[in-house]
Design a protein around this ligand. Structure first.
Ligand code: NAP
Length: 498
């Protein structure tokens, strides 16, 4: 008897899950937590358990840092080309297993399979990009201005790093940190988010298969993030903290990191403005809005959070955008028709709804959507709100859901004021056919990144990061490896003096 599609999917899922290591990776071995504790990882579209993992505690974290410290010296001396080749092999392995990684992310995070495939391509690209960058960390040798000495400037790995990643892009947020750290010659302790640790677990196994020496990458999945990593941040052997997550947690970690004056990279929250000027190509603006809003169900730091639209085109833009949003099918990410998956958990869905209800009670109108979807999973209707008053919470906070509030402006000056009226400064999107205005916006907007007539700009070859309370440092691009290197200067006496 032929199996039904859902049985085949179920079998395929079970086979894939059986390949995911469930232990902690410490010094090259997968092991149980010292406490023997475990935790369940669930599928947000069904609420069912996918896999049970070892739950690390402070003792395991200390063992992971011991392993990273023990491996550091030899790893730093490994030839850059060899480190690059490991990354290149990892790129090939992830690419060969693209469907596995995509399905795993869909299962644990909920995003539609097509989006998960996109993340595999994006996440793998950091491995390829930094495999190429690993051989390009150059220093310099020069004569001092007075000619009396020589200046030798060298780049060295910062040393053992703690990498903390969020749940929304389970592969890309890990490779964006691990790849430059490997390229630079740093060892690592990775702590993935407890909601979506499976992709990191599988990826770590792939890094082992690619030839990464034992102890270079250690993985401690845990449900007690603060207690487990707290001592590591205070440990003088740790040299760097790279964190991606909320501004609230980032602020706390920065304060903790100040004790040992740790090097830090902080990729924090966003509140991206999406500006549509009166001369914009509205087809392109609506297309860009769909991508900037619905990518990852809106659960992205780069998600457009506020649509700031010129009053002369607001009506048309709003109704075209709402029509497209209304046509989006919500469902389990593995279903072929699904365009919008569930939110990550009940708490996130309730927060999105609270922001929407607050805006509605402040006078906004829901042109489409406006409430959670009944039934299993944590789904929310794709929503467009118009007439959102300036003081509404939804304009000040990260929505992290498929909800688009629209406000209007009359002058360029007003648009800039509204866009910059936030503590965040990660990314902005600008739609205009006037190139000068586009460039002017680049100068006036207080963000680390800007999309000009583009709704998605993430690229491994570009420096990703924010200003203001969206963070410190850059990931990707030529800048990404610098986060894992420090500059050493050696002053040399005049070689002609004797
Ligand atoms: P989060 O709650 O701040 O958590 C991020 C990571 O920090 C998770 O691994 C979390 O572990 C861990 N964590 C939480 N409290 C901690 C503590 N006291 N000590 C050490 N680690 C701690 O953020 P999230 O909800 O996972 O992710 C969403 C946020 O990330 C949004 O604000 C989004 O904008 C931001 N983000 C920023 C970027 C960027 O590049 N700028 C990219 C993606 C996401 P557990 O989850 O296991 O508790």
């Amino acid at each position: 008897m032929a199996a039904s599609t859902s049985t085949i999917t179920g079998q395929r899922e079970a086979e894939l899950l059986a390949t995911v290591p469930t232990g902690l990776l410490i010094a090259g071995s997968w092991r149980a937590a010292a406490s023997g504790k475990t935790f369940d990882v669930e599928d947000p579209s069904t609420g069912k358990t996918l896999l049970t993992l070892a739950d690390a505690g402070a003792e395991d974290a200390a063992a992971a840092l011991d392993a990273a410290v023990a491996a550091q010296q030899e790893w730093a001396r490994t030839a850059p080309r060899e480190r690059g080749e490991i990354l290149r092999r990892a790129f090939e392995l992830v690419t060969a297993r693209a469907e596995d990684f995509a399905l795993l992310m869909t299962l644990e995070m909920g995003k539609p399979l097509t989006e998960a495939r996109g993340e595999v391509t994006y996440g793998a690209e950091f491995l390829r990009w930094f495999s190429e960058e690993s051989v390009r960390s150059f220093g310099r040798y020069s004569m001092s201005p007075d000619g009396k000495s020589r200046l030798l400037v060298n780049k060295k790995p910062v040393g053992p790093c703690l990498l903390i990643t969020p749940w929304n892009f389970p592969l890309a947020m890990a490779t964006r940190k691990i790849a430059p750290a490997v390229a630079a010659g740093c060892t690592m302790v990775l702590k993935p988010a407890n909601l979506t640790p499976l992709t990191s677990q599988l990826f770590a196994a792939v890094m082992q298969e690619a030839g990464l020496p034992d102890g270079v990458l250690n993985v401690i999945s845990t449900t007690t993030a603060g207690d487990t990593t707290g001592n590591l941040i205070q440990d003088p052997r740790l040299r760097k903290l790279s964190f991606t997550g909320s501004t609230e947690v980032g602020r706390r970690l920065l304060s903790d990191a100040s004790k040992n004056v740790l090097r830090t990279s902080m990729e924090l929250g966003g509140n991206a403005p999406f500006l549509v000027f009166e001369d914009a190509d509205l087809d392109a603006a609506v297309e860009g809005a769909m991508a900037a809003k619905l990518r990852n169900m809106g659960e992205a730091c780069t998600a457009a959070n506020r649509f700031i639209v010129h009053e002369s085109v607001a009506q048309e833009f709003g109704s075209r955008f709402a029509e497209r949003m209304k046509a989006m099918t919500t469902g389990r990410g593995t279903e072929p028709d699904t365009k919008v998956g569930p939110l990550i958990d009940a708490k996130s869905r309730d927060k999105v709804d609270a922001l929407v209800q607050d805006a509605l009670s402040a006078g906004a109108t829901a042109v489409t959507g406006g409430s959670p979807v009944d039934g299993d999973g944590y789904f929310y209707q794709p929503t467009v709100l118009t007439g959102v008053p300036e003081g509404a919470r939804i304009l000040a906070e990260e929505i992290f859901g498929p909800v688009a509030p629209i406000v209007t402006f009359a002058t360029e000056e007003e648009a800039v004021r509204l866009a910059n009226n936030t503590e965040y400064g990660l990314v902005a999107y600008v739609f205009t056919k006037d190139l000068n205005r586009g460039l002017r916006m680049g100068e006036k907007l207080e963000t680390g990144m800007m999309g000009l007539n583009a709704g998605v700009i993430s690229n491994a070859a570009a420096p990703f990061g924010g200003v203001k309370q969206s963070g410190l440092g850059r990931e990707g691009g030529l800048e990404g490896i610098e986060e894992y290197l420090y500059t050493q200067y050696i002053g040399i006496a005049d070689p002609y003096a004797s």
